[in-house]
Design a protein around this ligand. Structure first.
Ligand SMILES: [Zn+2]
Ligand SMILES: [Zn+2]
Length: 290
């Protein structure tokens, strides 16, 4: 079995397990009347949604560009991540609107039921962490870290439920619900920012851009640059277009070598799609601002 099929199979298994567990959690949250469990269910619904989408878009993103989508399908997962972040923000605000009033007016919860659900959550997420502990790819590390966070969240619910069971301090449940919701909102905003920056066509790396222009100007025969446009398709595949003004001492037959040097420098910084226009220095260019 190829590596790719394996990844696909792992995502599919994780998706179905997560979906099943989310349903158990929603029912458990209602039965125990715990807003902490409900808040965690929102988080797991988001996980299920993003797993389902990455299962689907992983294949889509690998499709070759066609005459309609000339850059390929790499932005579809970015759009999916953005939709997921917006959903999580809305759901977390809903949880907060329930949890905050409960802080001042707590309702009784079924602490024993919360304890059993938390144990189930720890076993479930802990097993997934162990299963992924062999993987070394960046993606697997990210997933493992996420599952570890989920396990820690369940441990907090377990400790909270035990305290409620023995002390009857009911405000602990909405407090846990608020903490989980705030954590979801923090991550959702972070993911939303990444996606927005891609859609708003910001340059891929602000810190590198200055150096890049300096390096290009060092190439023999280049007098100046203008109309530089740079953006990223999905955060890892970048585009760069520019005009080069060739010095009067450069012969047209030297253009090819000059262009190659520009491409080499840009490709070293991850620019896959480079378009270069050469202007002679006695030529008027509408796009030059000088
Ligand atoms: Zn999670
Ligand atoms: Zn020009």
């Amino acid at each position: 079995m190829s590596d790719h099929t394996n990844t696909q199979k792992n995502i599919a298994v994780a998706f179905f397990l997560n979906a099943t567990f989310t349903v158990i959690e929603i029912i458990g949250g209602i039965l125990t009347n715990s807003v902490a469990i409900l808040s965690d269910a929102v988080h797991d619904l988001g996980d299920t949604f993003s797993l389902g989408l990455s299962w689907y878009t992983e294949r889509l993103a690998k499709r070759k560009p066609d005459s309609r989508f000339t850059y390929g399908y790499k932005r579809f997962p970015v759009l999916a991540a953005m939709v997921n972040a917006v959903f999580l923000l809305g759901a977390s605000v809903f949880v907060l609107s329930r949890a905050i009033p409960l802080m001042f007016n707590p309702e009784p919860v079924h602490a024993m039921g919360m304890i059993w659900l938390a144990i189930l959550g720890i076993i479930f997420n802990g097993a997934a962490v162990l299963k992924l502990s062999k993987g070394d790819s960046l993606n697997q590390k990210v997933v493992r870290l996420h599952l570890l966070e989920d396990t820690l969240g369940w441990m907090a619910v377990l400790i909270g439920a035990v305290i409620i069971r023995f002390t009857g301090l009911l405000w602990i449940d909405p407090l846990l619900g608020i903490m989980i919701a705030v954590f979801i909102i923090y991550n959702a905003i972070k993911n939303l920012k990444v996606a927005l920056i891609i859609f708003l066509q910001a340059i891929p790396s602000l810190s590198e851009n200055g150096n890049l222009e300096k390096d290009l100007l060092k190439i023999n025969g280049i007098e100046s640059l203008h109309d530089i446009r740079s953006w990223t398709i999905d955060g890892s595949s970048h585009v760069y277009t520019l005009h080069i003004v060739a010095g009067s001492n450069v012969l047209p037959e030297e253009y090819t070598a000059m262009k190659q040097k520009v491409r080499d420098r840009l490709s070293a910084s991850g620019f896959e799609h480079v378009t270069i226009e050469i202007d002679r220095n006695d030529e008027h260019c509408d796009l030059s601002n000088s």
